[in-house]
Design a protein around this ligand. Structure first.
Ligand code: PLP
Length: 456
């Protein structure tokens, strides 16, 4: 069987189906074998591919027919223009980082580590054990399984009851912005910052107020001015290994920011997304230094345990916890007990710690490999080597059209993330983000060669 011949038949039948009326019968397998000079197995493979795409249906013993609602037929969806109306002012757009790249592409755009960096044996056996437990058939409390709450709490020295389990920290961000800020009210954010936080803010309708943030964190004076000018009562930030820059707040900045949020009676929404991705340094959650409820801490397990175990914890003290919990109940009620049991099982196995130590070494090796390849093939780029996280944040020469660069690279089979998605306002320069935890570090060389050539 030959993949190329099968794709050729698929392409030719695509064109045929686009012209054919619904219900039309496709040429017989024998006719297709003769027309394309291939084996019946290759023809069957092509027909299966078309059936999977919803283009045809096979009636055993009768033949293969164009589906009434063939997915390949162009449909007129123009009526939706009137139903949806104009794009809202804060239109949501989809992120490059969530795109699924073709399997043969060099994928440097994604935000999630490749499966070879995950504790996949631990995860698979945790699923098997969880399936036998009550968690598989019972509803957990809305705030989460008590043992998992206790685990998240212990990580930052909080009480189990201070934790609300949510389906991933993306959902936790939307919940925090909705419950603690609210539509039309200001939320201070670092710039650049995580694209998903910008989208969650847009979705909730909060007004983002960007403050510049560098390799040691935000400028506390700028932050003080932003609080004073806007009356904001919340600051969303990533103190450890920020996405995208890899920045890590200095102890001095952390101290001053904590003082500022206390002085302004504000919340610091701390996104500790890279807690398990320290390379040369350990993350130090600010929540561990807060007893008065100013820091609302988000810790995700979906990147380090498995993207299929969408579980995160929000540590939130005081009346704010009730608001968050009410929002979670209104939005999604509770997180699947099965997923929570799997997450808990994985992070409480002795080999979880061993896995994290190995992961740190692997991330370090990948980071250094990608950095060396960038230095060699993209000498126009400048970057700081991050002490943790998953990304290199490259600054390119002023005037670089990063969207066009991404398009050119993609045409050569290399997918990169243009940096403008990480800016809540106009980008402060020309940046791209390259993830060093994606599939096949052996392809870094080729990926950076293509970026360098496309830049030239
Ligand atoms: C900084 C940051 N926060 C939050 C998230 C969301 O993570 P999840 O919803 O998978 O827990 C991501 C994912 O890319 C991220 O990079």
């Amino acid at each position: 069987m030959n993949d190329d011949s099968s794709s050729r038949i698929v392409a030719s039948l695509h064109a045929w189906i686009a012209e054919a009326p619904p219900g039309a019968r496709l040429p017989s397998t024998r006719a297709l074998v003769a027309e394309h000079g291939v084996s019946p197995v290759t023809v069957q493979k092509a027909l299966r591919a078309l059936a999977t795409r919803g283009a045809v249906e096979t009636r055993p013993g009768v033949g293969t027919f164009v589906r009434e609602m063939s997915a390949l037929r162009p449909h007129d969806h123009g009526w939706q223009t009137a139903a949806l109306g104009a794009q809202p002012r804060r239109g949501l757009r989809r992120s490059v980082a969530l795109r699924t790249a073709p399997s043969d592409a060099v994928a440097l755009h994604s935000g999630y580590p490749d499966r070879e960096l995950l504790p996949h044996r631990l995860v698979r056996s945790a699923y098997a054990r969880a399936a036998r437990r009550d968690a598989a058939v019972t509803r957990p409390p809305s705030a989460g399984l008590p043992e998992l709450q206790a685990w998240f709490a212990a990580e930052v020295g909080a009480a189990a009851n201070d934790v609300v389990v949510v389906p991933g920290s993306q959902s936790g961000l939307a919940t925090a912005f909705r419950s603690l800020v609210g539509a039309g009210r200001p939320l201070v954010v670092e710039s650049p910052t995580y694209w998903g936080a910008i989208l969650a803010a847009a979705q909730v309708g909060v007004e983002v107020v960007p403050v510049p943030s560098g390799r040691h964190g935000p400028d506390p004076d700028e932050l003080a001015r932003a609080f004073a000018r806007t009356g904001a009562r919340a600051f969303y930030a990533q103190p450890s290994f920020a996405n995208p820059t890899g920045a890590r707040w200095s102890p001095d900045v952390a101290e001053r920011v904590l003082d500022l949020v206390r002085d302004h009676g504000a919340f610091l929404i701390e996104d500790d997304w890279a807690h398990d991705f320290g390379i040369d340094a350990e993350p130090v959650p600010l929540a561990a230094r807060d007893g008065s409820g100013h820091v609302v801490h988000l810790r995700s397990l979906t990147k380090s345990v498995s993207p299929s175990v969408r579980v995160a914890g929000v540590v939130v003290r005081g009346p704010a916890r009730e608001r968050i919990l009410a929002d979670v109940e209104a939005e999604s009620m509770y997180v699947s007990g099965l997923l929570q049991a799997v997450a808990l099982d994985v992070v409480t196995q002795p080999s979880w710690r061993t896995h994290l130590r190995a992961l740190r070494r692997q991330l370090g090796a990948r980071r250094d490999l990608l950095a060396a390849a960038v230095r060699e093939h993209v000498p126009q780029a400048t970057f700081e080597l991050p002490a943790g996280g998953l990304n290199l944040w490259l600054r390119l020469p002023d005037g670089t059209d990063v969207r066009r660069l991404a398009g050119d690279c993609e045409a050569e089979g290399v997918v990169i993330a243009p940096g403008d998605e990480w800016f809540p306002a106009e980008p402060a320069g020309c940046f791209v983000r390259l993830n060093f935890s994606g599939p096949d570090p052996g392809s870094f060389e080729r990926g950076t060669q293509v970026i360098g050539e496309s830049l030239r």
